[in-house]
Design a protein around this ligand. Structure first.
Ligand code: ITT
Length: 196
């Protein structure tokens, strides 16, 4: 089955492409099409993932997979949440991380988690989207470490491993992460639906 991977985030592409190929998909990155960005005006990860997948289906006529994800910080009442990619007003990952550290200056409760929702739509009007979720618990460190991964990975500390997400090899991150869990669920759903 041909499927469009509906994301403009290269970090996500790297973490999803191989796994989706293992499911038997022929994965077409969104960059191969001339797709304007979807208007992500949903108020939840699920809504935004559906919006992005539907947008890609509409514009390509193909099935699509989208990921909407983000970081929830307890001391910030769940922020940046669905606004994680634009936390520092679209100035990019480094600015997002700087802002997060600044907001948490002097804060002792560092608990946080990554959330990921992956949606699979067979076509734009698919009435039964497959919706998969994953969560990854951790803490926001006091300074950045590591150069793997993307986004908030340098600040995301995993107590059980004693390291930051950006210090994990790609394969290790896949087995633990919010995205890895959502992908594992997707595999189960697709197998049980026998839709491939
Ligand atoms: P698309 O909408 O095109 O997929 P995006 O980056 O804008 O790309 P989101 O709106 O879902 O996607 O924002 C997700 C943000 O959450 C992402 O930009 C990172 O800042 C953060 N994030 C999600 N998963 C992450 C991960 O595994 N490691 C680090 N940061 C992550």
């Amino acid at each position: 089955t041909k499927v469009v991977l509906a994301t403009g985030n290269q970090g996500k592409v790297l973490e999803m492409q191989e796994v989706l190929r293992e499911f038997g998909f022929s994965v077409l990155p969104q960059s191969e099409f001339d797709i304007p960005e979807a208007v992500e005006d949903g108020l939840s990860f699920i809504e935004n993932a559906i919006i992005k997948a539907r947008h890609a289906c509409r514009l390509t006529g193909l099935p699509a997979i989208a990921d909407d994800s983000g970081l929830e910080v307890d001391a910030l009442n769940g922020a940046p949440g669905i606004y994680s990619s634009r936390y520092a007003d679209g100035q990019g990952s480094d600015a997002n991380n700087t802002k997060l550290l600044h907001e948490l200056t002097g804060v002792t409760n560092r608990a946080a988690r990554f959330q990921c929702v992956i949606v699979y739509l067979q076509h734009a009007l698919d009435p039964t989207p497959i919706i998969c979720q994953g969560t990854w618990e951790g803490e926001i460190a006091n300074s950045a470490a590591g150069d793997h991964g993307f986004g908030y990975d340098p600040l995301f500390y995993i107590p059980e491993l004693g390291c930051h997400a950006a210090q994990l090899a790609a394969d290790q991150k896949k087995t633990l992460s919010h995205r890895g869990q959502a992908l594992a669920q997707l595999k189960l759903s697709l197998t049980s639906e026998n839709s491939l």
